[in-house]
Design a protein around this ligand. Structure first.
Ligand code: FES
Length: 119
């Protein structure tokens, strides 16, 4: 019996790691606190970071179409609505209308090739 089975609940699977290009972004949905939320997954080698797909500027999704994200010339994530630009470690806005604020991080981990919500 695995630790997950012992806890009585299975982790929410968000994606397979191999669905996400290394260095790339992937949009998926998760149920958080009873609500379905769009998430941005960002793969960095064997690790994945996740943030709510909600821009701190005006609360809009960052992608211009589902799963289609913009980057600036340095590879940072750019909101498609008004161009806020976010670095990819803490999700901090480094340029644009919400400079100094940050995307809301969601804790995820990679288990057996799957990206899951941390429990
Ligand atoms: S909603 Fe993202 S920059 Fe305005």
């Amino acid at each position: 019996m695995t630790a997950v089975e012992q806890s009585g609940s299975l982790p929410q699977v968000l994606a397979r790691l191999d669905q996400i290009e290394d260095g790339g972004f992937f949009e998926t949905e998760a149920r958080l606190a009873g609500d379905d939320e769009s998430l941005i997954l960002h793969r960095d080698g064997a690790a994945v970071r996740a943030w709510l797909n909600v821009c701190p500027h005006a609360g809009r999704r960052l992608d211009w179409a589902p799963g289609k994200f913009l980057r600036d010339k340095k590879g940072h994530l750019m909101c498609a609505v008004h161009g806020a630009t976010f670095e990819l470690t803490a999700g901090e806005c480094i340029a644009g209308p919400c400079k100094g604020s940050a995307l809301k991080q969601v804790d995820v981990e990679v288990r057996d090739g799957l990206v899951v919500l941390s429990t």
